[in-house]
Design a protein around this ligand. Structure first.
Ligand code: NPW
Ligand code: ADP
Ligand code: K
Length: 452
């Protein structure tokens, strides 16, 4: 099951539902603190531990975790930033009878646990506080954040004050959008999700390893997926996309265009008229964008794609050619990077999740909003958050490869949203295998290993 993702408001509503169902806040906090202690102990072993506690329930989790870590043999010191304020934090703090120091006295410790603020953060930390948090986190061998690194906005991933890097973030019930959004994402470390008995079902989720439909024994090349790639001025980009489609399990890939398609596998067919798109019922998806260029030629290609009635994947220049605020794009997948997104959907505001969903609703398409924090939105409200992908994907042509992968999965018969989510996951995994000095071409070589 993919890990659910909830905004702070929806998390509070889920917590409220659990309370109305008979589970007290104190019980939830006890489970959260226990899970935090367990994760800290497993990551860092037994060692001197400093827990920074805030006044709210995030701090309350810290007092519980302190007690549990003492039971496990840790020497624990708690540094309170402010006296406990929420009722549950007051109750948890009253059961803490271990070593306590003031926040100003807090000195470096091999294990640091940040329980200052979580989903209740309303503004950035004071400069002296964020500086001390950073110093303590940097000097610790293991730095662990409770729910969120303090200073991170839960819903938008903004850093409201400077946020140090943590080795691990332990969260409860569901992930929060910030765990998978820039600029907060690199501060999270490993994100561990603890079940505390809250029903956290959500249409927002972290994209997990996909289930690509098995190949039928009676499959033939067309039923496996026939991808048509429309090529324009820059034949290299179309070659990358078509090669990626072929290596992602498509049974038949055809490039329609006039260029010299260097590096294409010999099995990819080159040529054919645009009329094929509408006439050939075996075509499972049409990809247009990589290297298609701008101008009259691109316009004609785009029109042919829009008119052919086949599932579409639109990337790169096809998105620029499409113009702002497209509508009626059902059965299409749009894969804009941030610049293309801003041109396609001007005037949207809100967080990246909100804007990507709005773009999907307005256009009717599945929207893959690319970047270090790629999101996949469906007009029906589903929203997939990519797991962290290596930053070495920031390299020319990697988007063409992604579009090719998605096109192959779509032609294979996967639903558009599932194909887009699966493509994003496979792409990130291929990058991990390809390593830091990879170029886009290398991603294609890794696809068989990822898809095997
Ligand atoms: N949801 C669940 O199911 C469960 C949640 N649990 C835990 O609860 C956490 C959420 O707790 P929470 O709502 O009490 O908020 P929290 O993050 O502790 O901070 C709020 C306090 O800080 C204050 N404040 C805010 N920003 C500030 C700043 N920059 N500088 C100074 N003060 C600032 C704010 O005051 P205000 O500014 O609003 O007056 C308020 O007093 C969640 O992350 C998880 O760890 C688990 O225990 C169990 C199940
Ligand atoms: N810093 C980064 N970390 C992780 N993934 C990234 C990063 N930068 C870009 N990517 C990914 O690399 C791909 C780049 O696509 P795109 O911008 O269309 O490039 P191109 O047009 O050169 O193919 C996207 O899948 C994007 O999500
Ligand atoms: K925290």
């Amino acid at each position: 099951m993919p890990r659910p993702i909830l905004t702070a408001d929806r998390m509070r509503a889920a917590e409220q539902a659990a309370i109305e169902g008979g589970t007290s806040v104190e019980t939830l906090m006890d489970r959260a603190g226990t899970a935090l202690a367990e994760a800290v102990h497993r990551l860092a072993g037994t060692g001197d531990t400093l827990i920074l506690c805030g006044p709210g329930n995030n701090g309350g989790d810290g007092y519980v975790a302190g007690r549990k870590l003492v039971e496990r043999g840790h020497r624990v010191r708690v540094a309170a930033l402010a006296p406990p304020a929420s009722a549950a934090c007051v109750a948890a703090a009253s059961r803490w009878d271990g070593e306590t120091v003031t926040f100003e006295q807090a000195s470096p410790s091999p294990i640091l646990v940040d329980c200052l603020f979580g989903t209740g953060l309303t503004h950035g930390l004071e400069a002296t506080v964020s500086e001390r948090l950073s110093d303590l986190a940097k000097s610790a061998s293991s730095a662990i954040a409770c729910d969120l690194p303090s200073g991170v906005g839960s819903d938008d991933g903004r850093c409201l004050s400077p946020v140090p890097a943590f080795d691990m973030t332990v969260t409860f019930g569901a992930l929060k959008p910030a765990h998978r959004l820039m600029p907060a994402l690199p501060s999270m470390g490993r994100v561990v999700l603890a079940d505390i008995g809250i029903d956290a079902s959500s249409t927002w989720f972290e994209i997990g390893r996909p289930e690509v439909p098995a190949l039928a024994a009676a499959a033939h090349k067309y039923s496996r997926g026939y991808v048509a790639v429309l090529a324009g001025e820059m034949s290299g980009a179309a070659s990358l996309a078509a090669s990626a489609a072929a290596r992602s399990g498509a049974g038949y890939v055809r490039v329609i265009g006039d260029g010299l398609f260097q590096g294409l596998p010999a099995s990819v067919v080159v040529g054919g008229k645009l009329g094929l798109l509408a006439d050939d019922g075996r075509i499972g998806s049409v990809l247009i964008g990589p290297g298609v260029g701008r101008g009259a030629g691109a316009k004609a290609l785009l029109q042919a794609a829009l008119d052919c009635g086949k599932p579409l994947v639109l990337d790169a220049d096809a998105l620029n050619e499409l113009g702002a605020n497209p509508t009626g794009m059902s059965d299409a997948i749009l894969t804009p990077h941030a610049g293309e997104f801003a041109r396609l959907f001007p005037g949207l505001d809100g967080t990246k999740p909100e804007m990507t969903l709005q773009a999907a609703r307005n256009s009717g398409a599945i929207v893959v909003s690319k970047g270090p924090d790629t999101l996949v939105a469906s007009p029906d409200g589903r929203l997939g958050f990519a797991p962290p992908a290596p930053s070495w994907l920031a390299s020319a042509g990697t988007g063409d490869v992604l579009a090719g992968i998605i096109s192959a999965l779509r032609a294979r018969g996967m639903d558009a949203f599932d194909a887009a989510c699966a493509g994003v996951w496979i792409h990130g995994r291929a990058a991990e295998l390809a390593g830091p000095l990879m170029i886009a071409d290398d991603l294609i070589s890794e696809l068989p290993a990822v898809l095997a």
